[in-house]
Design a protein around this ligand. Structure first.
Ligand code: CA
Length: 225
């Protein structure tokens, strides 16, 4: 069951939102001030946060800024509630990284519809980003364990696949041989770092033109570009 956090000090509004979310099958957490809301968000990592702008302790804008600036909570979508319909509030809310806003008074049907729309968007994004890594000429399908270079399937061994996946997931970051050994081979046996070079060479050969994604940084390691 997906958990939704409501941060709002007006208890009757919280109650009515809670009632309607539960009716739709969501689990609900509540906080009546900004500080507690932030704490709950960090502890519970809800699927979505409905965040009021005007809050005691820490206002909604501050809470949103803190949520989006913290790796633990940055990915959690936020719907801002605002009493004022002014454009400034709206823009501010979105500039701070809020995913949507709704002005009070709002219809519950609309709020629920937005909640569902955002959750759907997020789960699609999460699925895509997890299962397929796409580059101009290269596709790495993690679920299917399949690599395509210029639309053609390339057969890789499990180790080569893991190596390519790890490099691609850490695109533009330099990965040392030790790090690659650790991730791809784990603690199996004491393997020389030269093994990594051998595998990268084979991987590059198999990838053909797409092999140029993997850059060698002499004495440092490899990097996917
Ligand atoms: Ca309020």
């Amino acid at each position: 069951m997906l958990n939704i956090l409501i941060v709002e000090d007006e208890k009757d509004i919280v109650e009515v939102i809670e009632y309607n979310l539960k009716k739709e099958g969501f689990k609900v957490s509540k906080a009546f001030d900004g500080k507690k809301g932030l704490k709950l968000a960090q502890d519970k990592r809800p699927a979505l946060i409905i965040l009021d702008l005007m809050l005691p302790e820490l206002d909604g804008l501050e809470v949103c800024k803190k949520l989006k600036g913290d790796v633990r909570t940055a990915e959690i979508p936020v719907i801002m509630l605002t009493a004022k319909g002014s454009e400034i509030d709206r823009i501010l809310g979105l500039e701070l990284g809020a995913d949507d806003y709704i002005t009070k008074p709002f219809s519950l049907r609309e709020l629920i519809a937005r909640v569902k729309a955002i959750l759907k968007r997020c789960s699609q994004k999460a699925n895509e980003s997890q299962s397929v890594l796409r580059f101009a000429d290269l596709e790495i399908d993690i679920d299917r364990h399949e690599i395509k270079s210029f639309g053609k399937i390339v057969e890789l061994t499990a180790k080569e696949f893991a190596l390519l996946r790890y490099l691609a997931e850490n695109k533009d970051l330099v990965m040392s041989r030790e790090k690659l050994l650790d991730y791809v081979w784990g603690i199996e046996v004491a393997i020389e770092t030269r093994t990594v070079d051998v595998h990268v060479r084979r991987l590059r050969e198999k990838l053909g033109k797409s092999g140029s994604h993997i850059k060698t940084l002499r004495g440092v390691g490899y990097k996917f570009v």
